[in-house]
Design a protein around this ligand. Structure first.
Ligand SMILES: O=P(O)(O)OC[C@@H](O)[C@@H](O)c1c[nH]c2ccccc12
Length: 260
């Protein structure tokens, strides 16, 4: 199989089928009424902060292990001290080394909005996301037919979750509809896994002006972030650079004090 996304989706179908056996829908639904989070990702990005969505990611198909032994209770307090706007927690195990308990642990540690980062292909996973106390789901246009994506986004809205739609090119902009709260342009080509910030810069003018916009992947420096910010992005999904602490925490803290 040539395309990594295709491999991930095949694997995901098996995982979801297994999970449905382990935790039946009725059990998940009990937890949903307990949490009842209202989607707060969009609101957090609309406030005038730096707009970083800090990702917790142990490994990725493109990089291999980034930090195999990374712990939520060490990384999340650092992200909090940086003044990030939201968190992104990977819950995919085979390809990204994440697990649902990472999200649960992060939820215990902070009130920051949490994006559940996974490959959502089934309503069951939307229920899980809500039951685990996250605030938002990611839906990837390249991974889903439009009608399926619309059904998932509708369920998310009913549960009070925000939906972040991930797009890569112009043709996918047709996926934007009333239940999409935030649009993310992924700078990573999902076939080659190569990143290029130009992807964001090229597409931004074609997004609806009122839409909250995020640039995802390959943001490695403050200069890149500021450039994207000037071009109209309010959110910046960053994983590798933060996990590796390529930019000192102190630098982020000082940036939060300037007018952005
Ligand atoms: O580590 P980076 O290059 O900063 O990228 C973070 C995030 O954008 C990336 O992990 C990502 C974007 N979309 C995804 C979809 C699935 C898994 C991962 C992703």
């Amino acid at each position: 199989m040539d395309n990594i996304l295709t491999q991930i989706l095949v694997e995901k179908q098996k995982t979801v089928a297994m999970q449905k056996e382990v935790v039946p829908v009725a059990t998940l639904e009990k937890d949903i009424s307990i949490h009842g989070h209202q989607g707060r990702l969009k609101a957090a990005l609309q406030q005038s902060s730096l707009g970083i969505i800090a990702e917790f990611k142990r490994k990725s198909p493109s990089l291999g292990w980034i930090q195999k032994e990374a712990r939520i209770d060490e990384i999340i307090p650092r992200y909090k001290s940086m003044g990030v706007s939201a968190l992104s927690i990977l819950t995919d195990t085979p390809f990204f080394g994440g697990k649902p308990s990472d999200l649960l642990q992060a939820r215990e540690l902070t009130d920051l909005p949490i994006l559940r980062k996974d490959f959502i292909i089934d309503e069951y996973q939307v229920l899980e996301t809500s039951a685990w106390g996250a605030d938002a789901i990611l839906l990837i246009a390249a991974a889903l037919p439009l009608d399926k994506l619309k059904n998932l986004a509708r369920l998310a809205k009913e549960l009070g979750l925000n939906t972040l739609l991930e797009v890569h090119h112009e043709a996918e902009l047709e996926y934007i509809h009333e239940n999409i709260d935030v649009v993310g342009i992924n700078n990573r080509n999902l076939s080659t896994f190569h990143t290029d910030i130009q992807t964001s810069l090229n597409l931004v003018s074609q997004l609806p002006p009122e839409m909250v916009k995020i640039s995802e992947s390959g943001i490695q420096s403050v200069e890149m972030l500021m450039n994207l910010r000037e071009k109209g992005f309010q959110g910046f999904l960053m994983g590798e650079a933060l996990m590796k602490e390529l930019i000192p925490t102190q630098k982020w803290i000082s940036l939060n004090h300037i007018e952005v």
